[in-house]
Design a protein around this ligand. Structure first.
Ligand code: 9GP
Length: 837
């Protein structure tokens, strides 16, 4: 039975008020106060960075009452809540976004102007909150924005890494990584919750304890403990009063006095050990679709999961004392397999601490968790060496074994007793090195498993987990990814936003399907002209940036042909380079050739240990050196590698782009979200029938997108028949020439042989079918160039892309999660008459 909630605000003393802020609560006053009293600066000593910090605090102040009120309201109304567990949040900068969501941007800019400050300039001093690698982490950030905007009682949980995604430098064309100490100037956005600390256990052993009546339970003892301390980041919804919470955990040594070494007087050893505990939240693992299987990573996962579950259960117990209510009140969304250890952890808590029987505990667990799969790339499917798992989490390993035993019993009884089938389904792999398969555990221990695009979900059901799909036919579903229009159009592309708003009003920012209305203006030549002017404005900003960063002069009338994303072989930046070299050869063959000028822009990071991907970066920079310095080429072709791609850089690049490269080998990009951001900013896509490209094509119309290459099933067939890349090389002179140039060190005369491995890989295996798709890609790129010549038609296509992108709003995606999976409903905070409470 639910505990009765009397709904009282705990403390009504003079320090706490629900009142609207007085008029004097102006941003200028607060900004000035923070400069003076928080930062202790005056007009003479103040720096731009101080201005950023003080302004952020002032903006945060404006959210505080809404933030408190939202949390209070969730507490009082006690609706079902959703907890989003993600090891990554790629938030980017927060200031501009907070101002937009508070509907306070313009007013703030004007007020600051009066005081002699420039908001645009101040914003540049914010360091990206880069606590994620790529698509998965950015998706989590978009979903936070939508959950708040949709007024859902939602809570994000993650880790407050001291070092975010590494800073990328390019030295002699190679990627070099530097630590990203994003907290070096402090962080005005998060608040340390002094009183919120949880103890997280590691290692130790399991003791069986017997009650006098003969029943028994297991106790996890002799553990090595670490504290998780909470930092909260406000997540304001767009033009609503709800401010949700993102809670990030930081590791802290349990107590300075608990070290035996300390008591023995070994001070240095004690402090070193303290640092050991604190390394847990030190650094984000810099791999996206690749698993390293490192001990510290598992520690991070459990650290975060344990603290989060303790927190969720604490909140649940405030209003409830019956565990059966748990799945009615709590839904936990697992973002990929990274937090899946939450499943045995909840079982452990329910069985060992709450003393529930196995069946009841399992019933509750499997109705609480849902799992999103984000990749089918085999090397990204997490598996833990059983020994590592058992050493760190001995009780959890026992529980996983028991889950597996019961599950396989069930399978044998109801599905199949075939050894090969059982081995595939087993949570523990067989063989000499046993491994815990986190995806299998996730599927068995949750009530919903979703893919992130239609094709991806289909592949999950038919190719990756077909038996699971037969066993649980209703469990697998699709929620196609989405992006937040607040950051990716409204904030990143103010000029386009203004133009759109001037025609259809501003509602599209909240309801992206409204963009459909701009189709009405496709035939309006004046509108199309303005559309092009916006693009040119954005291009000029990017041109200045490129000049500053890379000292390259870019032709403003060239096609801005852009591929920005993580570097991975399956994403095939290499195919793009082969096209660049093909164009270069055409120019070299005929320097007077008339061709549509192109600027090919790349950006993205490779995992530091991913040699093949790093060599693609080196190749791009080598090709750029030759192409950009060849007088025959002039401004017909430029190649630009923009270092240190980040959310903030994406916001500069995407609005300036004409062509969006989404060219993964079909079947491997689960969804992609960059594809959506580009289309939403009026770039046309050149892409394969992969991930969400397929759905983008469905929405924008096949005449407004450039599709090429093998289909996913054709890739499978080709490989089944025995793919021979050499055949393509031998029969295609243009491809042969390009490959021979790379192989003969044309682009790297001073470092001969560095691309040998790459060439051998392509010629002999070409796992990602670069050769097979080469000609189709080149032909399609030629079509792109041809169509770009007709600017009026191109503009129409660009408008159609934006007008028809509504489906890919993260608001739509999150509403689907809320309805199809979470079963959570909005909690509307009644709107006061002021924006400033
Ligand atoms: O590779 C996928 C990408 O296609 C997808 O858009 C993104 C968000 O769902 O997740 C990526 N996966 C990962 O980063 C790791 O699994």
């Amino acid at each position: 039975m639910a505990k009765k909630n009397n709904g009282k605000v705990v403390n009504g003393s003079i320090f706490f008020t629900d009142k609207e802020e007085p008029e004097s609560f102006s941003i200028s006053n607060q900004f000035a106060e923070h400069l003076e009293f928080t930062l202790v600066k005056d007009r003479i000593t103040v720096t731009k960075d101080d201005a950023y910090y003080a302004l952020s605090l002032a903006v945060r102040d404006r959210m505080v009452r809404r933030w408190l009120r939202t949390q209070r309201e969730y507490h009082i109304k006690d609706p079902k809540r959703v907890y989003y567990l993600s090891l990554e949040y790629l938030m980017g900068r927060l200031l501009g976004n907070a101002l937009i969501n508070l509907d306070y941007y313009e007013e703030c800019r004007e007020l600051l102007k009066k005081d002699g400050y420039n908001l645009e300039e101040i914003k540049e001093y914010e360091h990206d909150m880069g606590l994620g690698n790529g698509g998965l982490g950015r998706l989590a950030a978009c979903y936070l924005d939508s959950m708040a905007t949709l007024q859902l009682p939602a809570f994000g949980y993650g880790i407050r890494y001291e070092y975010g995604i590494f800073a990328q430098e390019i030295e002699n064309g190679y990627q070099v990584e530097y630590a990203d100490y994003w907290l070096k100037n402090g962080n005005p956005w998060d608040i340390l919750r002094r009183s919120l600390q949880y103890r997280v256990k590691f290692y130790g052993r399991v003791e069986k304890k017997v009650y006098p009546d003969g029943t028994y339970y297991f106790d996890w003892v002799d553990t090595d403990d670490v504290l998780a301390v909470a930092y909260d980041v406000p997540v304001p919804g767009y033009k609503v009063k709800n401010v949700n919470n993102l809670r990030l955990w930081q590791a802290k040594a349990v107590s300075d006095f608990e070290f035996s070494e300390f008591n023995r007087g070994d001070y240095v050893e004690a402090v070193a050990k303290k640092n050991d505990s604190e390394t847990i939240s030190k650094v984000l693992y810099p791999n996206d679709t690749y698993v390293e299987g490192k001990f510290l990573r598992l520690k991070q996962q459990y650290f975060f999961v344990s603290a989060t579950l303790q927190d969720i259960i604490r909140k649940f117990k405030i209003n409830h004392d019956n565990w059966e209510d748990f799945p009615e009140k709590v839904c936990i969304q697992l973002n990929d397999t990274h937090p899946v250890v939450a499943i045995p952890e909840l079982m452990r808590i329910l069985i060992d601490q709450e003393r529930l029987g196995w069946e009841k505990a399992w019933y509750i667990t499997t109705r609480t968790f849902a799992y999103t799969n984000h990749t089918v790339v085999p090397e990204a499917l997490e598996e833990w060496n059983e020994k590592i798992f058992g050493e760190l989490l001995p009780r959890h390993l026992q529980i996983v074994y028991e889950i597996n035993r019961r599950f396989l019993e069930d399978v044998k009884k109801n599905y199949s007793a075939d050894e090969a089938v059982l081995e595939k389904l087993s949570i523990i792999s067989s063989g000499p090195e046993k491994r815990v398969r986190m995806a299998n555990l996730a599927i068995v221990g949750t009530f919903a498993v979703n893919g992130v695009a239609e094709l991806h979900t289909h592949i999950l059901k038919t190719r990756i987990f077909p038996d699971f799909n037969k066993i649980y036919p209703k469990k697998f579903l699709c929620v196609t990814n989405g992006i937040t229009p607040r950051r990716w159009i409204r904030a990143a592309n103010p000029e386009l936003s203004k133009l759109i708003t001037s025609k259809i009003g501003e509602e599209w920012v909240r309801d992206l399907s409204q963009l459909k209305q701009i189709e009405n203006f496709v035939d309006d030549a004046a509108f199309r002209k303005k559309w092009r002017e916006v693009k040119m404005h954005n291009r000029r900003l990017l041109i200045d940036y490129i000049k500053n960063e890379n000292n390259i002069d870019v032709n403003p009338d060239s096609i801005f042909d852009v591929q920005v994303k993580r570097f991975h072989e399956y994403k095939r930046q290499l195919l793009n380079v082969l096209h660049v070299i093909t164009l270069y050869n055409r120019i070299k063959d005929n320097p007077k050739i008339k061709m549509v000028p192109r600027t090919v822009i790349f950006g993205g990071k490779a995992a530091p240990a991913y040699y093949a991907a790093k060599m693609v970066i080196k190749l791009i920079n080598s090709v750029a050196d030759v192409v950009n310095n060849d007088p025959d080429v002039g401004d017909k072709l430029k190649v630009v590698f923009l270092k240190n791609y980040s959310v903030t850089l994406a916001e500069k690049i995407i609005p300036a782009s004409d062509l969006s490269e989404q060219i993964s080998v079909a079947g491997l990009e689960a969804s992609g979200t960059g594809n959506m951001k580009f289309a939403a900013n009026g770039a046309l896509t050149i892409g394969t029938m992969d991930g969400a490209n397929i759905e983008i094509r469905e929405e924008v119309g096949e005449e407004n997108i450039f599709i090429f290459g093998l289909l996913a099933e054709e890739v499978v067939e080709l490989k089944a028949k025995g793919y021979n890349p050499r055949k393509y090389y031998e029969s295609n002179p243009s491809l042969k020439r390009v490959i021979d140039m790379i192989a003969s060190n044309y682009f790297n005369p001073k470092e001969p042989g560095i691309f040998n491995d790459m060439i051998n890989g392509l010629m002999n295996v070409d796992y990602y079918c670069v050769f097979a798709d080469y000609q189709s890609y080149i032909d399609t790129q030629d079509k792109v160039a041809q169509e770009f010549l007709n600017q009026e038609e191109w503009t129409k296509k660009s408008i159609y892309n934006v007008a028809r992108i509504g489906k890919f709003s993260s608001d739509r995606a999150v509403s689907e999660y809320a309805k199809k999976i979470w079963n959570v409903k909005p909690v509307k905070l009644n709107n006061g008459n002021s924006n400033h409470d």
